[in-house]
Design a protein around this ligand. Structure first.
Ligand SMILES: *Cc1c(COP(=O)(O)O)cnc(C)c1O
Length: 863
C-alpha cells in the first residue's frame, strides 16, 4: 500500500500573515513581542481577556493570539474604552520597566558598558523551544534577571528550526521523537535588518570553498536583546541551510558546524548589531559552557586584523575580557571533536588570517595526563581562552578544580583558578501566581523584586499556606490527568478505555515530583530498585504517596530510553497507576505547573555528577520541600531543617550495591520522615510541623536561590574584573596585552633557571607553641628573571606522618637583597596559630599585574 504521506500536498512557500492591529490596540504589538510577558502575569491576563478560549488554543502565546483573532473581534475590542485603557496602562508599565535604572546603574563607570552572553541554548518560554534542559533554562533565567537588574547584556545563540524534539510514547513505553517545524515569522522574533530594510547577513567560511550565511533573529527579553543565528537562508546550499535545523548536542560534524556558527558567526552578528543599532560593543564575553568557545578564535582574529597584534598578544587581550562557565563533570556533557575536524575547519584554505591552525589546536588539546591526543576539547579551550572561570555550585567548583587540574600542572586542586557561582532561578518566572499573591498580601511587593522579606514568611497564617499548597496540588492533578489522557490516546487507547484517568492522583495525597533529563547519572529509576517496597509506599492505606515523573532522553541515548520504558511500564500497572504517572514531553510549560504542585521535589543523582540542579530551587520558591542526594546546590544549602538529605554511599565502588543502599535510604526517608510528617495533623487538621518546614524552606532558601543573586555575583566577581582587565589590556594601543604576551614568553623560557636554594628560619625552639613567631629567609636563584617577576611565598599547614602538607595558608615574603648571579634573599614572618603537627615550605610563582591568578601559567617551583 502506498503511504498516505505521498498524497499530502506540500506548500512551495510558507509565510505567516501578520495581523494589522487597529490603531487603538497598536501597543499590543510591542506587548506581545517583548518576552517580558513570559514573567509578567498582568500582561498575560490582558491577552487572555481578549478571548479566553482562543488563548488556551494558542497555548497562551500572545503573538499567536493576535494572529488568531478575527478582524471583527479586534475592531470590537478597539471600541471598548475600558479595554483600550488597560492596553495603554500595560504599555506604560512596560515602558516604565524598560526605563527603570535598576541595580546595575549603581555600579558606575567601572562596570562594563555591555556584556555578550553566548549559549547554544536559551529557555525563555514554552513558545520558543530553544533548549533541552537545565543549561538552557539557566541561560534564559540569566537574561531575565539581567533585564530586571538593568545589566546591559546581549544574548547570542542559534535559532533551531525545530527546536528540541517533542516527546511522546509508543504503546509499549518507548520514547518517540517528533520535530515540528517552527515558523519564525509566527514567533516573537524580529529580523535584524540593514538600513535599507534587507535582512542583515553574516557569513562564515566552510571547508571546500563553501560559505555559510546566516540571518539574525532578535528576541527581546525585557531590556535584553537575544540574537539568534539562522542558517536557513536562500544563499546557502542545502547542507548549510540545515545547520541550524535542530538542537542536538553531543559532538559530530553537525554540532561542530553549529558551534562554528554560534561562536565565530555570533561575534560577527554582534558587530552587525552594534553597527545597525548603535548599541555599545561588549566589553566582556561570557561563554556559557565550552560550546560557544570559538568566539574566542574570532576575537583573536579581530585583534590581529584590527589592532595589528600578534596571535599571542591578541590572545592576552581576549583572555582578559573572557569569562568561562563550566557546567558539568560528566564527560558526555563536554563537546569533543577530532583534531582532524578542527584542521579541516580552521586550517588549509580556511585558516583565519593571523590565526595558525596549530595554535587553535593547542588551545583545545588534551595534553595532560589522561587526555586523548586525538581530541579537541571545547571546555579545555574555554578554560584556556578565559582568564576567569567558574563552576556552578561550591561542590561543582571543587570537582572542576580536580577535573581540570592537568591544565595547571604543579598546583594542587584547591589552587586551580576555577571559582564557583551557584546557579539561581528567575523568581517572577517560576513562582506560581497564588504564591506571589500570598507573598504580596502578607509580606509586601518587594519580595520578588528584590528578594527582601523572606524572613517574614511566618506572618502568613498556617491555614493560608496550606490552602495555597492544596490549590497548587489540585492544579497539578488536573493537568496530569489531561496530559495522561492525551498520551494514552496517542498510545492507541480509545476514549472508552480511559475512564480510570479521571481518578488518577488525588489532590490531598502527599505528592512527590521527579522530572529532569534522563542521563544515567540522574538515576530516573532508582526508585524502582525495589518495586514492591515502592508499591507499598504508593498504596499505603493511611499514608499514601503519589509520584509525578517526567523527563526526556537524548534521542541518541538508548540507555536513557530504556530507563524511561522501564518507568512507564511500572506506571502502566493497573494496581498503581492511580498513584504514579509518567507525563511525556517535560518542558517549561509542564514545569510551571509541576514544581508548585509537588509537596516534595526528589533528586537522586549519582554524587557528584549533578553540577548544580535548579528544579529543586524552583520547587522551594513555591513552598516545596527538597528530598535530595547531597549534590550540587543541595550539598551547599541543606541545613538539616529545610528538607531531607538522602545519604550517599560515596565509598561504595560497585554501582549496583551503591544504588541498593541509596534506594533503601530513600524508601526509609519517604516512609518514616516525609510521609509521617505530612500526615501528622493537629486539631485544626493541619500538618503544623510540615508547614513549619515550608516556612523554613522559604526563609532559608528564598533569598539564595534567586537568579538576581546569581547575576549580581557574576557581575561583581567576574564581569567587572574582566572589564577592568580587558580595558587595561587594550589601552594605549594594547600596550599591556603586548607587554603581558612578551613577559609570558620570556618567563616560560627562563623559568628553568628558577630554584629555591635554601631556606633559613629562626624563632622556633625545640617545643614551639601557639603564638610563636618564625622568621623565614629564603635564598633563591631567579636566573635571568628579576625579583619583580616572581612571588616568593611560605605555604604552611598541617603535615601528615609522611610529611605531606595540607596547605592552610600562604605568607608572602618580601625582597630583601639581590646578590650576584641572579641570586636573591626574600624574608618574612610566620605566626604559629594552630596546634598539632605543622609544617611549611617555600615556593616561587610568576608575578605580573596582568595575571588574574598566580596559578594562571601553571608554573611553580617548590623548595
Ligand atoms: C529547571 C528546569 C530544568 C533543570 O532542572 P535540573 O534540576 O537542573 O534538572 C530542566 N528542564 C526544565 C523544563 C526546567 O524548567
Amino acid at each position: 500500500m502506498r503511504s498516505l504521506r505521498c498524497e499530502i500536498v506540500r506548500a512551495i512557500r510558507r509565510f505567516t500573515v501578520r495581523t494589522v492591529l487597529p490603531a487603538a490596540l497598536a501597543p499590543l504589538g510591542e506587548l506581545a513581542s517583548n518576552l517580558r510577558w513570559s514573567w509578567h502575569k498582568p500582561t498575560r491576563d490582558l491577552f487572555e481577556s481578549m478571548d479566553p478560549a482562543a488563548w488556551a488554543a494558542v497555548h497562551r502565546e500572545p503573538g499567536a493570539l493576535l494572529g488568531a483573532l478575527s478582524t471583527e473581534r479586534l475592531e470590537e475590542l478597539a471600541g471598548d474604552g475600558a479595554f483600550v485603557q488597560r492596553v495603554e496602562a500595560a504599555a506604560a508599565d512596560l515602558a516604565e520597566y524598560l526605563r527603570r535604572p535598576g541595580w546595575y546603574a549603581e555600579l558606575g563607570e567601572g562596570a562594563p558598558r555591555a556584556v555578550a552572553y553566548f549559549s547554544m541554548e536559551f529557555g525563555i518560554t514554552g513558545a520558543l523551544p530553544q533548549y533541552s534542559g537545565g543549561l538552557g533554562i539557566l541561560a534564559g533565567d540569566h537574561l531575565k534577571s539581567a533585564s530586571d537588574l538593568g545589566v546591559p547584556i546581549v544574548g547570542v545563540g542559534l535559532f533551531y528550526a525545530t527546536g528540541y524534539f517533542k516527546q511522546s510514547l509508543s504503546r509499549d513505553g518507548w520514547q518517540q521523537e517528533t520535530y515540528p517545524v517552527l515558523d519564525p515569522d509566527g514567533l516573537p522574533l524580529a529580523l535584524l535588518r540593514e538600513a535599507d530594510g534587507t535582512p542583515a547577513r553574516i557569513t562564515v567560511d566552510l571547508p571546500g570553498g563553501r560559505t555559510l550565511a546566516a540571518r539574525i533573529w532578535k528576541a527581546q527579553v525585557g531590556r535584553v536583546p537575544l540574537l539568534l543565528l539562522d542558517s536557513d537562508v536562500e544563499d546557502n546550499d542545502d547542507a548549510a541551510r540545515g545547520i541550524t535545523d535542530r538542537l542536538y548536542g553531543g559532538g559530530g560534524e553537525h554540532r561542530l558546524q553549529q558551534e562554528l556558527l554560534c561562536g565565530v558567526g555570533g561575534v560577527r552578528a554582534l558587530r552587525a548589531w552594534s553597527r545597525l543599532t548603535g548599541a555599545p560593543e561588549p566589553e566582556v564575553f561570557h561563554m556559557n559552557e565550552g560550546h560557544a568557545g570559538f568566539l574566542g578564535i574570532e576575537r583573536v582574529r579581530e585583534q590581529v586584523a584590527g589592532n595589528g597584534l600578534t596571535f599571542d598578544e591578541a590572545l592576552e587581550a581576549v583572555r582578559a575580557s573572557t569569562v568561562f562557565t563550566t557546567h558539568t563533570p560528566v564527560p558526555a556533557g563536554i563537546d569533543r571533536f577530532g583534531r582532524d575536524q578542527i584542521e579541516l575547519y580552521f586550517g588549509g584554505g580556511n585558516e583565519l588570517p593571523g590565526v595558525p591552525v596549530q595554535r587553535v589546536l593547542a588551545l583545545g588539546a588534551e595534553d595532560f595526563p589522561g587526555g586523548d591526543p586525538h581530541v579537541f576539547n571545547m571546555a579545555v579551550m574555554g578554560l584556556r581562552m578565559a582568564q576567569r572561570a567558574n563552576g556552578v555550585s561550591q561542590l561543582h567548583g571543587a570537582v572542576s578544580r580536580g577535573m581540570f587540574q592537568g591544565l595547571w600542572r604543579g598546583f594542587d586542586a584547591p589552587e586551580v583558578p576555577i571559582a564557583s557561582i551557584t546557579n539561581g532561578v528567575h523568581a517572577p518566572t517560576w513562582v506560581a501566581p497564588e504564591v506571589v499573591a500570598m507573598g504580596r498580601q502578607y509580606i509586601g511587593p518587594q519580595l520578588l523584586r528584590s528578594g527582601e522579606g523572606f524572613e517574614k514568611v511566618d506572618q502568613v497564617p498556617d491555614e493560608e499556606v496550606w490552602r495555597t499548597r492544596r490549590v497548587l496540588r489540585a492544579r497539578l492533578v488536573a493537568d496530569a490527568r489531561t496530559r495522561l489522557k492525551r498520551s494514552w490516546l496517542q498510545r492507541g487507547a480509545s476514549e472508552a478505555q480511559l475512564g480510570w484517568i479521571k481518578d488518577v492522583l488525588d489532590p490531598d495525597v502527599l505528592t512527590i515530583g521527579f522530572a529532569r533529563r534522563v542521563p544515567t547519572y540522574k538515576r530516573l529509576t532508582l526508585m524502582l530498585r525495589d518495586p514492591d517496597r515502592l508499591k507499598q509506599l504508593l498504596l499505603d492505606p493511611e499514608r499514601p504517596v503519589q509520584l509525578v515523573i517526567a523527563g526526556k532522553s537524548h534521542p541518541a541515548d538508548e540507555t536513557g530510553k530504556r530507563l524511561i520504558q522501564q518507568m512507564v511500564r511500572f506506571t502502566d500497572d493497573p494496581a498503581v497507576r492511580h498513584r504514579i504517572v509518567f507525563l511525556p514531553n517535560y518542558d517549561i510549560t509542564m514545569a510551571l505547573t509541576l514544581y508548585p504542585g509537588c509537596d516534595v521535589w526528589l533528586n537522586n543523582p549519582l554524587r557528584p555528577f549533578e553540577a548544580c540542579g535548579t528544579s529543586g530551587m524552583k520547587a522551594a520558591l513555591n513552598g516545596g520541600l527538597n528530598l535530595s542526594i547531597l549534590d550540587g546546590w543541595w550539598d551547599e544549602w541543606f541545613d538539616g531543617a529545610n528538607g531531607w538529605a538522602i545519604p550517599t554511599a560515596d565509598g561504595v565502588d560497585d554501582p549496583d550495591h551503591r544504588d541498593d543502599i541509596e534506594a533503601a535510604a530513600l524508601y526509609d526517608l519517604v516512609e518514616n520522615s516525609v510521609a509521617a510528617r505530612f500526615y501528622d495533623r493537629d486539631e485544626r487538621g493541619l500538618p503544623a510541623r510540615w508547614i513549619e518546614m515550608v516556612r523554613h524552606t522559604l526563609a532559608s532558601l528564598g533569598p539564595k536561590v534567586l537568579a538576581n543573586r546569581m547575576v549580581q555575583d557574576y557581575v561583581q566577581q567576574l564581569y567587572v574584573p574582566a572589564a577592568t582587565s580587558g580595558r587595561a589590556a587594550l589601552a594605549s594601543g594594547a600596550a599591556a596585552a603586548k607587554d603581558l604576551a612578551a613577559w609570558k614568553g620570556q618567563l616560560r623560557t627562563r623559568w628553568s633557571g628558577v630554584h629555591v636554594d635554601h631556606v633559613e628560619s629562626t624563632g622556633v625552639g625545640d617545643s614551639p607553641q601557639v603564638g610563636d613567631v618564625v622568621d623565614v629567609r629564603a635564598f633563591v636563584s631567579l636566573g635571568e628573571l628579576g625579583a619583580d617577576d616572581v612571588a616568593v611565598e611560605v605555604v604552611h599547614g598541617r603535615v601528615s606522618e609522611s610529611d605531606e602538607l595540607t596547605a592552610a595558608g600562604v605568607v608572602p615574603l618580601v625582597h630583601a637583597e639581590a646578590y650576584e648571579g641572579g641570586r636573591h634573599r626574600f624574608e618574612g614572618r610566620l605566626v604559629l596559630r594552630q596546634t598539632g603537627p605543622f609544617g611549611y615550605t617555600v615556593r616561587i610563582l610568576p608575578r605580573h599585574a596582568g595575571l588574574a591568578s598566580p596559578a594562571e601559567l601553571g608554573l611553580v617551583v617548590n623548595a
